[in-house]
Design a protein around this ligand. Structure first.
Ligand code: IVH
Length: 675
């Protein structure tokens, strides 16, 4: 293909892919399959690798991320990012309407009463973002910061598929559009499920999750978090209309995701009806909102009303009251998690809250119970906040019975009766009996057989519990000794399912080392970390004997993970399980193929990778560096040993490498180093 042909093809593919992105993520109406989409993207990436001169900074290939930002640049907003004043009642709304009318000099009584058109919108609960577009291309994405200046998070914003990188139709040459980045609730729930599996503390709520994600340094991790973005405010000199609602419709036609729930209201009564509707319906949305935003539609009127020091006079936020109900506390249960953490849970007399019937509420830990002084038999106030499980926020003391007993926190594990411990600085009590306490043992096995670990899908939770209760297995190593005759003694276990189970167990012996490492359940070692550790250590033997310094050299391993690994391998019980798993034939080192590529030829060498390559992808070069004992970092410093440069290396990097006298090598030279 000639360069000119390549240029046209790249442009055509990019445009086509962005249309499919828009169909899928903005319109929610994909017209091709995921497979077909992936093929198009692959083709684009391959062409861009061959012809890097035609890769645009807003190519859809940028959406997968990969760039690292050590520190986000702080930039000044062209228009300050103000907040809104809050209100909490319908009276406040009527007051607002009156202030607007007075501000505009309308008569407030009698015949000359005029109505104002307001736009009502959902108040999305995420983090606000300002997007700057020039000539139809995304130029910059800036967080709110202190309102005057924020962080340039463009690289991370580009991974959000509903944020258009290029616009369609008749857009102004230059304008700014603001909106809210948020994490949809189903995504939030699945991330927390995964975190729970590796014993990490859950993310508190979707809002924190979204803002934490946008601060991540590695944009490929941001891409995986599947954030979304609604836009709700355009700014600029050449907007097509003189009113907010019409400009939002125009923005929709340029490709932005504008909420379909925004409504143009003819007067304040319409506004109140909208508020009342969403106060009830908000729980049916797949994302969180914490109120309604009301804006004067007409720009001339907005301009006349102006701003106070903090917020516009033409808009206001109506904040929902977190719905509260009072109900009776029947009893308190104590749950034991896979990691041994104890969570007290309140059993409530069932009550309707936020559209669902609530029977249980989290009491979090002993300190909270003490602080609230909740007692069985009390009437408690329950509230639904951003969290999944509703929480108890107080006790109705007027209804307390004289005989109510002060709650005494348990001191023994409710499952295995081991005395609980409390670690300095941690809120929860723990059951230390991790190898015998049933929910901890069963939890570890469920993790071990799960899809991303040993993938023994013929072994479900129910069977694990049965096997454990029948004392046929008490740890993960026992699984490999289970006999068919034993399985057949279980309830609902016939010949066929027993065979299936045994062949699932047999097949798991071929699962590669990195997944075995994830499966054995070292606290805080997730899937990606396990991969990095496996590549670097190459075998479990090496890992077991690694010093803390050596562990800390592995990418993604910090103090907490290093200590957790060391602690795991110090325990006699774990050592025994590992040696039995080894005997059973599990993979405890990298495969032959991986090992053949591995050397320690790059030990003590630090690489920076820059540019576009033809023989291997950038990620493959990273892997090769790790496999051969080297390290790679994102930016050039005195410590850098080599810059591995492909085509189109950034001029800044080149200058820096040259000024520090760092050797620049190409693909072939690098591959020779590890031959
Ligand atoms: S308009 C000058 N519209 O609420 C007006 N804000 O306290 C700019 N928010 O910082 C804001 N949904 O992060 C507007 N539909 C919406 C909104 C919204 C959520 C957030 C935004 C802002 C805060 C206001």
């Amino acid at each position: 293909m000639s360069p000119t042909e390549a240029k046209h093809k790249i442009e055509k593919l990019s445009a086509e892919i962005e249309i499919h992105n828009h169909n899928y993520y903005v319109l929610d109406k994909p017209i091709i399959s995921d497979y077909e989409f992936d093929k198009l993207l692959e083709e684009l990436i391959s062409l861009e690798t061959q012809f890097p001169e035609w890769q645009s900074s807003n190519s859809p290939s940028q959406r997968v991320g990969g760039q690292i930002t050590k520190e986000f640049k702080s930039v000044k907003h062209q228009y300050a990012m103000l907040s809104l004043s809050n209100s909490y009642s319908i009276e406040d709304m009527i007051d607002f309407d009156r202030r607007v009318k007075e501000g505009l000099g309308f008569g407030t009584s009698g015949l000359f009463q005029e109505d104002i058109s307001y736009v009502c919108e959902l108040k999305f609960d995420g983090l606000s973002i300002s997007l700057i577009y020039e000539n139809g291309e995304l130029k910059q994405a800036i967080t709110r910061g202190d309102g005057v200046q924020g962080d340039d998070v463009t690289i991370n914003a580009k991974t959000i598929k509903s944020i258009p990188l290029k616009l369609n139709g008749h857009y102004p040459d230059k304008f700014e559009i603001r909106g809210e980045i948020f994490m949809p609730r189903p995504i939030f729930e699945s991330i927390n499920k995964e975190r729970e599996e590796i014993g990490d503390s859950p993310l508190a709520n979707p809002r924190n999750a979204a803002s934490g994600t946008m601060k991540m340094q590695d944009s490929s991790l941001v891409a995986k978090r599947k954030l979304d973005c609604f836009l709700y405010y355009a700014l600029g000199n050449d907007l097509p209309y003189q009113s907010h609602f019409e400009n939002m419709l125009a923005a929709k036609s340029w490709g932005f995701k504008i909420s379909e729930h925004a409504k143009l209201c003819k007067d304040i009564d319409d506004v109140i009806a909208y508020i009342n509707y969403w106060d009830k319906k908000r729980y049916e949305l797949p994302f969180d909102i914490d109120g309604i935003v009301i804006k004067v539609n007409d720009y001339k009127e907005q301009k006349n009303l102006g701003f106070t020091a903090k917020s516009p006079r033409w808009a206001i936020a109506y904040k929902f009251k977190a719905e509260q109900v009072s109900t009776e506390l029947m009893s308190i249960d104590y749950q034991v998690g896979r990691t041994g953490a104890i969570t007290p849970v309140a059993n409530l007399k069932p009550v309707l809250l936020g559209g669902t019937i609530v029977k249980r509420a989290s009491l979090h830990n002993a300190d909270i119970i003490e602080k609230l002084d909740v007692r069985v038999g009390d009437f408690v106030f329950v509230e639904k906040g951003g969290e999944i499980i509703p929480k108890i926020i107080g006790v109705d003391l007027s209804k307390r019975s004289q005989s109510a007993q002060k709650t005494e926190y348990i001191s023994l594990c409710p499952e295995c009766h081991t005395p609980l411990i409390r670690v300095e600085g941690e809120a929860n009590h723990f059951c230390p009996n991790e190898n015998q306490c049933p929910p901890q043992v069963v939890g570890k096995m469920e993790h071990f057989v799960s899809r991303k670990a040993m993938n023994i899908d013929s072994l479900g939770s129910e069977t694990i519990i049965q096997l454990f209760k029948a004392k046929l297995i008490k740890n993960i190593a026992d699984l490999y000794d289970v006999k068919k005759e034993q399985l057949l003694t279980l309830d609902r276990m016939a010949e066929k399912s027993a065979n299936n189970l045994l062949s699932g167990i047999e097949a798991s012996k071929n699962i590669p080392f990195e997944r075995v490492l994830y499966a054995i359940g070292i606290r805080h070692v997730g899937e990606t970390t396990a991969k990095k550790i496996a590549k670097k250590s190459k075998s479990l033997d090496v890992l077991m004997h690694a010093s803390k310094e050596e562990l800390l050299e592995i990418e993604e391993v910090g103090d907490i993970i290093a200590d957790s690994i060391a602690k795991f391998f110090k325990q006699e019980n774990n050592k025994e399980i590992i040696s039995r798993l080894k005997m059973a034939g599990l993979q405890f080192e990298l495969s032959e193929e991986q090992l053949q590529q591995a050397t320690d030829k790059l030990t003590n060498h630090i690489f920076v990778i820059s540019g576009v390559f033809t023989k291997h992808s950038r990620d493959q070069y990273k892997e090769l560096i790790e496999l051969n004992g080297g390290k790679h970092t994102g930016s050039i410093s005195k410590k850098t040993s080599y810059v591995l440069a492909g085509d189109n290396m950034g001029p800044e990097k080149l200058k820096k490498a040259e000024s520090l006298g760092i050797k620049i090598i190409n693909e072939d030279e690098f591959l020779k180093m590890i031959m």
